[in-house]
Design a protein around this ligand. Structure first.
Ligand code: GDP
Ligand code: MG
Length: 660
């Protein structure tokens, strides 16, 4: 809404412009007035709409045409004053004043006009008969009013209408010619209806209406008022009320009624509350609230935002199959100005057998957008009406900015729940297969993916010590020359080679030596296509020797050429490494003897998972810290510990830890 309002009064000499202004200010009729009143500013707190209002007089005798034109271009609303007892002054409204003003304003952004018939105390009859045809002819005329400076009739009303014409213009809402709301207004109100229809049944029931009312007007609607509203609609149309709730048709009808009765500020209040500006576009502040992301921090959705997204999913998953069919997805995005998700999204997140995005996949995609492009995420949340439905200050309330990664590394702890793994490797070595396998797709399933629907990202969840974490895999294009900082910055790196292609390991070795040799980011070598015959790699060191030399874990065998969904183990390991990059020695074995394996297995057994997850996580954190401190002896201690642990059980182990 505008910050102030500038009202200009024009008209023939002696119609009473100056007197009107003086009467408003002094609340009495001045017998003598100057030719032109000084510009006055009415402070916000005494105006009905609570905005500072400037009132500007005009006098032909005192001002040049040039000065008049300047004032016209500065004005937000112009009152054309005539005298009801002076025919000539009425004629001049159309023969002189309206053309003069219109010549000086853009056709698309005409200033609203108000026709003011002054000196109503002097006549018995009204001038409305003459005025109404003029009103119908010029859509920029917002309203007309008859008043008298002399007996103070309709003076404050006049200035209130002028203010209202600026603050709540009817132009964008309503077409007087068609006598109906404009398409863009219908579109905006339809979106508002959809957002407010929390259960998506096409009807605003009493609860939803009350919520809507409270959101827009800060006061609940009394039960009787609620009934009255519905009765008004019932009286006027047959399908405006259904199952004792308001249909979209009824909702739109109500707003048309408000506007037609001059109560369009009601409709404006609703529109503005849902983020619209005077042109019925969502404002920048609503879609893109300020959010500063310091370097080395990442962005995640907080619990409240997930709950909201969950409710949005539930409201659109009509058949309750925990996946969104193309129609359900289309319905979900109806409140967007465009379809935000392309077909690549179906290959970025988990889908069901039909290829539809599952609940899990849906949340993953939101997590991905939040991580990669938080501005976009804010925009999308804005379209869904997050801040309104969740009663938050702005969309920014949905975002958690994580602690600087360097502090995480120092403290050897992280609160983050999204970790990024960049996947590098020569062309054709199996990177995409590695990404798709994370979404549970084997090679046969992957072959069905169209080239133009391919995604360079895959995101899903893994469980690390009982805690659900997101792992975001990003396939980096193999052009060695073009590897940028962004391609390399991540929490864990996968270097993939194809065991059947003797020339593929060289790429991994080269990238490792060039970019990751002295880098703190943990690296894993993935030996892909392990179902194929292994070829000897043309490189000075074998992959295994290379790993030994650089103190890396041995190459991790991987294949997605499986009958069922490929195993998820490797992704859990990657997430663990991303979470605990400081633990220099990491267990990647499955020996079932060392602490890691035991903890891990225990955690994965359903029995203890939920109850003890948090505690185990703490235990492991301590282990990692100790491992780092006493690097060389850690495994020795740990293996002793593990034996004791296995034999004596959990409680004793805890005591043992304390003794240390
Ligand atoms: P302006 O030239 O348009 O600014 O007109 P003025 O305010 O100077 O008024 C012109 C004359 O009309 C003055 O003599 C006023 O006293 C008189 N006048 C202004 N308003 C009214 C009104 O509402 N009723 C009557 N009877 N006279 C008015
Ligand atoms: Mg004057």
């Amino acid at each position: 809404m505008r910050k102030d309002v500038r009202i200009l009064l024009v008209g023939e000499p002696k119609v009473g412009k100056t007197s009107l202004i003086m009467s408003l200010v002094s609340e009495e009729f001045p017998d003598e007035v100057p030719l032109r009143a000084e510009e006055i500013t009415i402070p916000a707190d005494v105006t009905p709409e609570r905005v500072p209002t400037h009132i500007v007089d005009y006098s032909e005798a005192e001002q040049s045409d040039e000065q008049l034109y300047q004032e016209i271009s500065k004005a937000n609303v112009i009152c054309i004053v005539y005298s009801v007892n002076n025919k000539k002054s009425i004629e001049k409204v159309t023969s002189h004043w309206i053309p003069l003003i219109n010549e000086r304003t853009d056709k698309d952004s005409r200033v609203p006009l108000i026709l003011v018939g002054n000196k109503s105390d002097l006549v018995e009859h009204s001038s409305m008969e003459t005025i109404l045809p003029i009103m119908n002819q010029y859509s920029e005329i917002e309203t007309c009013v008859e008043c008298s400076a002399k007996n103070l009739k309709n003076i404050s009303e006049l200035f209130y209408y002028a203010q209202k014409a600026v603050l709540h213009p009817t132009g964008p809402l309503y077409s007087p010619e068609e006598k109906e709301m404009k398409p863009s207004c219908i579109k905006s109100l339809t979106r508002i209806f959809k957002i407010s229809d929390l259960d998506n049944d096409g009807i605003l029931n009493d609860n939803e209406l009350n919520f809507f009312q409270r959101t827009c007007f800060n006061i609940p609607l009394a039960p009787q008022a609620l009934e009255d509203v519905k009765n008004v609609v019932r009286k006027n149309m047959s399908d405006g009320v259904k199952d004792n709730g308001l249909t979209l048709k009824g909702f739109l009808f109500l707003h048309t009624l408000f506007i037609q009765r001059g109560r369009h500020e009601t409709t404006w209040t609703v529109l503005r509350r849902f983020g619209y500006d005077d042109d019925l576009e969502l404002t920048q502040e609503y879609l893109f609230p300020l959010l500063k992301i310091p370097p080395d921090c990442t962005t995640e959705l907080n619990h409240n935002a997930y709950l909201f997204l969950q409710s949005v999913f539930d409201k659109h998953d009509k058949d309750r199959d925990c996946a969104l069919s193309p129609d359900e997805l289309k319905d979900l995005f109806k409140v967007f100005p465009y379809m935000p998700w392309g077909p690549d999204v179906n290959n970025t997140v988990c889908t069901n057998e039909q290829g539809w995005i599952t609940y899990q996949g849906y949340l993953s995609q939101w997590t991905l957008t939040t991580y990669l492009d938080v501005q976009r995420c804010l925009e999308y949340l804005g379209y869904l009406g997050y801040s309104i439905i969740q009663e938050q200050e702005s969309q920014a309330a949905a975002i958690t900015i994580t602690r600087n990664k360097r502090i995480d590394l120092q403290k050897k702890q992280t609160q983050r729940s999204v970790f990024r793994c960049n996947v590098l490797g020569a062309r054709g070595c199996g990177k995409s297969g590695f990404l798709q396998a994370f979404l549970g797709r084997n090679l046969t399933r992957q072959k069905r993916i169209r080239e133009d629907h391919k995604s360079y990202y895959a995101i899903s969840t893994t469980y690390v010590y009982g805690q659900e974490k997101y792992l975001l895999l990003h396939e980096v294009l193999p052009d060695f020359e073009f590897l940028s900082e962004a391609d390399l910055a991540c929490d864990v790196v996968c270097l993939v080679y194809d065991i059947s292609n003797p020339r593929s390991f060289e790429y991994c070795a080269k990238v490792y030596k060039k970019h990751f040799l002295d880098c703190k980011t943990p690296c894993v070598i993935i030996a892909a296509k392990s179902d194929l015959h292994e070829a000897r790699q043309y490189y000075s060191l074998s992959p295994l020797d290379f790993c030994r030399k650089h103190k890396l874990h041995p190459p991790q065998m991987f294949t997605c050429n499986t009958a069922e969904a490929p195993s998820k183990d490797i992704y859990t390991k990657l997430t663990t490494m991303a979470m605990y990059p400081h633990a220099k020695l990491r267990c990647m074995c499955s020996c079932n003897r060392c602490t890691y394996c035991i903890c891990h297995n225990l955690l994965n057994s359903e029995l203890v998972r939920s109850v003890k997850a948090k505690f185990y996580s703490a235990v492991l954190n301590r282990h990692m810290t100790q491992a780092d401190l006493k690097n060389s002896t850690f495994w020795l201690r740990a293996s002793v510990g593990a034996t004791v642990f296995a034999v004596l059980g959990f409680a004793m182990y805890k005591a043992l830890l304390k003794q240390r």
